[in-house]
Design a protein around this ligand. Structure first.
Ligand code: XIL
Length: 340
């Protein structure tokens, strides 16, 4: 059995990928990806710093390989991400005028979307533009262009490829204040008659939070806008969150602290069970709302290469995915399959 077949009637099952994973000489990982997933998201290779490292100089060497892998395997291909405040090339951070920023946005979006036109199924046009309190993030885009950059981004993406689905994507999408802010932002785009097809909830969640109720309320609220809802970056951290212990501070002194890295060698059975149960509850909820959900994408294939081993503290051992460091399915995998 496998994920993509079991959930075929419900939604695409995807994973984030780095290009190194699909070039691997030993084919075990590639075989696993082909067997389990029918959708892929670019984990890094389409981000601004890689695609336009210097002004006007585009490099599609990595993103072309990523797209070719998806096409070869007949997968749903999701592009991530066109406009984001993070992983920008240094020159982009130095933009100070409205004209320069408008030029950048136009050239960046048009060139990338046109380059991959007809090969990519959906794009994260804007990523993480809203703060947790619902206000707009004071990014280099907002500072130079005001909120018009949001509408411009979606307008330009639709102009470059009218057939690709356009998403807004963000984290903490279950937080009520942020949810209200995102809804308002999307309504402003819709009110201008600009195309927006979907909302992506990143799904970087923990064992205890957010609650299933909070997730459900959010899926329903976003779907009410008349857009598709995708769970775009699903992983469930089993480690303590430093913010919860230390307010807003992420401190280097947590590095190597046993408190912050409690399971360096293996995951205790009790936590393995909790993770399995949590994943099962989440997938039961997704199943209930499959009419609203277009795609569920994990942020990585297996625990060895999860970004959560290095974030928000470097060098931890986290266990957030369905496959372990040896690429073997975990209890959570079998519990997820059993929900169908
Ligand atoms: C992360 C990648 O997983 C890491 O490899 C990279 O170093 C930093 O970015 N939200 C997003 C993703 O939208 O692009 C981020 O991906 C994780 C948080």
């Amino acid at each position: 059995n496998n994920l993509k077949t079991v959930f075929k009637d419900a939604f695409y099952i995807g994973t984030a990928l780095n290009v190194a994973q699909i070039e691997e000489k030993d084919k075990i990982e590639v075989t696993l990806i082909q067997k389990q997933f029918n959708s892929i998201t670019a984990e890094n290779c389409m981000k601004s710093m890689f695609v336009q490292p210097k002004k006007g100089v585009f490099d599609f060497s990595l993103s072309d390989k990523f797209v070719a892998f998806g096409q070869k395997n007949k997968m749903f291909i999701h592009g991530h991400t066109l406009i984001w405040h993070s992983q920008l090339a240094p020159w982009m951070e130095k933009i100070t005028t409205k004209e320069e920023m408008a030029d950048f946005i136009k050239n960046h979006i048009t060139t990338i979307v046109t380059h991959h036109k007809g090969k990519i199924n959906s794009w994260d046009v804007v990523n993480e533009a809203v703060n947790d309190d619902g206000s707009l993030r004071n990014s280099v885009f907002l500072k130079t262009m005001g909120e018009s950059y949001l509408q411009e981004a979606f307008r330009l993406a639709a102009a470059a490829d009218p057939n690709v689905d356009l998403y807004y994507n963000d984290y903490s999408m279950t937080n009520p204040a942020k949810r209200a802010g995102v809804i308002k932002m999307v309504q402003n785009i819709q009110a201008k008659g600009i195309k927006i097809d979907g909302i992506g909830m990143q799904g970087h969640w923990q064992l205890e939070s957010p609650s299933i109720d909070e997730i459900e309320t959010s899926i329903v609220a976003y779907a009410k806008l008349g857009v598709k809802v995708a769970i775009t970056e699903l992983d469930i951290s089993v480690l303590p969150n430093p913010w919860e212990l230390q307010g807003a501070e992420i401190s280097q002194r947590f590095e190597n602290s046993p408190k912050m890295n409690p399971y360096p060698k293996s995951l205790p059975d009790s936590i393995q069970d909790k993770l399995a149960k949590r994943y099962a509850q989440i997938f039961q909820l997704f199943e209930k709302h499959k009419d609203k959900i277009s795609r569920v994408t994990f942020w990585g294939v297996h625990d060895q290469q999860s970004w959560l081993n290095d974030w928000p503290i470097k060098g931890r051992t986290n266990y957030p995915l369905l496959f372990d460091i040896n690429l073997k399915p975990k209890k959570a995998y079998f519990e997820v399959l059993k929900t169908k």
